[in-house]
Design a protein around this ligand. Structure first.
Ligand SMILES: CC(C)(COP(=O)(O)OP(=O)(O)OC[C@H]1O[C@@H](n2cnc3c(N)ncnc32)[C@H](O)[C@@H]1OP(=O)(O)O)[C@@H](O)C(=O)NCCC(=O)NCCSC(=O)C[C@H](O)C(=O)O
Ligand SMILES: [Mg+2]
Length: 285
């Protein structure tokens, strides 16, 4: 199955549901998607007020077409059920469930909120092992890597190359791609370190992630740039398509561009590159 969404998801910004000023500011920020967080970014004593604030803000503002995702607290907490109830029929784009370890975690939320697509935080060792079954869930639309929680549970050390996390990232990527789900990479905690973020975005893009979750507005431009097709990629895609069509017209199944073969499968990728760039350009208008 390859039903890949074309809605750009390069930059996915977390905003604590308790921060009124940040909620207001985000209406004008160049984020493709926003995760309105009720879970880890909100202190226990602030959770009911944050939930009420968020329900009111999302009822009043559509965020200009940005994908609106609410991260609830787990149903095993005292807040989870009320979080879901507050957004039934609210017209948000998705509910994001933390610490999903099996499809049963999705079933439990799906039963409480009909119609709204579900996204899963992939951040537990069991979630990594069950990634394929989670991705196959019929209500699942997207996966978000929770690399902080995963690193905690695995007792890894931070490394710029993220080697200790690569098995988990790869398992989730395989699962998401197999079932045509969106998948976005984890956050880069050092939000003032632009070079570090750029490196991690490049790694995530190379691996096949659709975008990156972010914690600060200063990170948006870097992610938007990293996960968009570059001018060189667009130019190559156009030339590959043209060369292949010319070869086909001459009765051949293979063309050569810049010394590399171009077959039908490369043209599929080239067309996706063009479609992505057009979808991004359309958002800017
Ligand atoms: C990290 C922060 C606490 C920094 O906040 P602050 O000190 O206020 O930053 P600035 O003064 O630089 O802010 C400048 C202006 O930008 C606005 N702002 C800040 N952050 C955001 C944001 N995330 N979204 C929108 N707007 C934001 C400020 O309001 C300032 O605006 P202005 O008043 O006009 O000047 C803070 O950035 C923050 O709280 N970030 C989000 C943290 C968060 O959500 N964490 C949870 C998600 S990460 C996670 O859980 C991943 C996963 O589960 C895992 O396991 O890995
Ligand atoms: Mg987490």
């Amino acid at each position: 199955m390859l039903a890949e969404t074309l809605r750009p998801c390069r930059s996915v910004l977390y905003i604590p549901g308790s921060r009124e000023r940040a909620l207001e500011k985000a209406r004008d920020l160049p984020a493709d998607a926003i995760i309105f967080d009720l879970e880890d970014a909100v202190a226990a004593e602030e959770k009911p007020a944050a939930r009420a604030l968020l329900a009111q803000v999302l009822g009043a503002h559509d965020y200009g077409g940005r994908i609106r995702i609410v991260r609830i607290n787990g149903l095993d907490t005292e807040w989870g059920r009320a979080d879901v109830a507050a957004f039934v029929g609210a017209g948000i784009d998705a509910i994001l469930i933390p610490k999903v370890s099996s499809p049963a975690d999705l079933d439990a939320v799906a039963a409480l909120i009909p119609d709204t697509p579900l996204w899963a935080m992939m951040e537990t060792p069991l979630g990594m092992l069950n990634a394929a079954a989670i991705a196959a869930h019929p209500r699942l639309a997207g996966m978000v890597m929770g690399t902080n929680d995963l690193a905690k549970d695995l007792n890894t050390r931070f490394r710029p190359d993220r080697e200790p996390l690569l098995t988990g990232l790869g398992l989730c990527l395989l699962a998401a791609k197999a079932y045509g789900r969106i998948i976005v990479d984890g956050v880069y905690n050092a939000f003032k370190d632009e070079e570090g973020l750029r490196g991690e975005c490049a790694q995530g893009r190379d691996m096949g992630f659709d975008g990156k979750t972010l914690i600060h507005p200063a990170q948006l431009a870097i992610a938007n740039d990293a996960f968009a097709p570059s001018e060189a990629e667009i130019d190559l895609a156009r030339r590959q398509i043209a060369a292949f069509e010319e070869a086909e017209a001459a009765g051949q199944g293979v063309a050569v561009v810049d010394g590399r073969i171009v077959e039908n499968l490369h043209v599929v990728t080239a067309r996706k590159t063009i479609a992505r760039s057009e979808a991004i350009a359309a958002m800017a208008n």
